[in-house]
Design a protein around this ligand. Structure first.
Ligand SMILES: Nc1ncnc2c1ncn2[C@@H]1O[C@H](COP(=O)(O)OP(=O)(O)OP(=O)(O)O)[C@@H](O)[C@H]1O
Length: 308
């Protein structure tokens, strides 16, 4: 992992945000640090976009403090140091890609050239095309070019690879890595767990407006000590599921998948009780399984605040 300077570029502290009776953020804390990629994960409605909207000064918090480069996020000095790619970007459809990039660079004091921006985002071949005539994935790449063209110190990417095919996604990941290597910071929201695994220095899992876990991808995975033991066995699923070593048991039709904290004990017992046991495989939990387990408890929490 890269060395990441521990300097906060932006901060949400004790932030709450309501939409009517709905509490989107609830005493939420977040710090964005220099030179790091932070992935914000969480199920739909967790509050990721709301957190970004606050940092961008698009909405105001009901309580708590919000800082962007030490200032109010609505100040122009702070805004000139950020690049943004939101989910609901609305851009003039008749403008050509090159014109859009040129217009956006004009807001920044030290922008990249139009060509450099377009090349980094993989849209150099689209410069003369009207934005409205592009495919959804191409439009997302143009939005990425607009986010990076101002040479921002901090980029906000809200689900940047939605609608992109695998090739486009890989290219965008490479471009994001390039920006990080240049020393920029990125905050990324995503539903693609492999995206967080591929890019993130730090992962913050949100559910119901709160942080439920924060750390490196590895640390996150280590939080769930459970291992998965896969095997083909003639032992009935119901019997194995009742063993004290087994937390959860399921079958994919061919093999059993057993979740356990006690791998050695479980494997010993399996082999002792079924000498024909085969296709044995032990796996650590993937981030997607960790994510599901972390959010499961939070799902039970209420989303509606008491009427104010
Ligand atoms: N302008 C709004 N008016 C009313 N409710 C809103 C508004 N914006 C967001 N919400 C609600 O606030 C909660 C948090 O929404 P938010 O968009 O921040 O979640 P998210 O984690 O970004 O979700 P997703 O992954 O679906 O993009 C949701 O319940 C959402 O319906």
């Amino acid at each position: 992992m890269r060395h990441v300077a521990n300097t906060a570029l932006a901060r949400l502290h004790g932030v709450s945000k309501h939409y009517g009776p709905l509490r989107a953020l609830n005493g939420f804390d977040l710090e964005l640090r220099n030179g790091e990629l932070l992935a914000l994960l969480g199920p739909n409605g967790a509050g990721k976009t709301t957190a970004i909207g606050l940092l961008l000064g698009l909405i105001r918090a009901d309580a708590g403090s919000v800082e962007l480069f030490g200032h109010d996020p609505q100040g122009i000095a702070a805004r000139r140091q950020i690049g943004v790619m939101l989910q609901d970007a609305q851009l003039p459809p008749t403008l050509r890609v090159g014109e859009l990039i040129r217009l956006t660079t004009s807001y920044y004091p030290n922008p990249r050239s139009v060509l450099e921006s377009a090349e980094l985002a993989g849209v150099a071949d689209l410069l003369h095309r009207p934005y409205g005539k592009l495919s959804g994935g191409q439009q997302r790449r143009v939005q990425f070019a607009l986010a990076l063209c101002g040479r921002p110190r901090l980029l906000f990417l809200d689900e940047p690879t939605v609608g992109m095919d695998i090739d486009a996604r890989q290219k965008l990941w490479a471009a994001i890595r390039h920006l990080i290597a240049e020393g920029n910071a990125v905050v990324l929201t995503t539903h693609y767990l492999e995206e967080a695994e591929a890019l993130a220095d730090r992962v913050c899992v949100m559910a119901h407006g709160r942080v439920i876990s924060e750390g490196s991808v590895d640390a996150l995975r280590a939080r769930i000590a459970l291992k998965r033991v896969w095997c083909s066995t003639r032992l009935p699923l119901g019997d194995v599921a009742a063993w004290p070593e087994v937390v959860e048991a399921r079958s994919d039709g061919e093999r059993l998948c057993l979740s356990t904290e006690y791998v050695e004990l479980l494997v010993r017992r399996l082999l002792a009780e079924d000498i024909t046991l085969s296709s044995l495989e032990i796996r650590a939990a993937g981030l997607s399984e960790v994510f599901t387990e972390l959010t499961r408890d939070a799902q039970a929490s209420p989303t509606m605040a008491e009427a104010a």
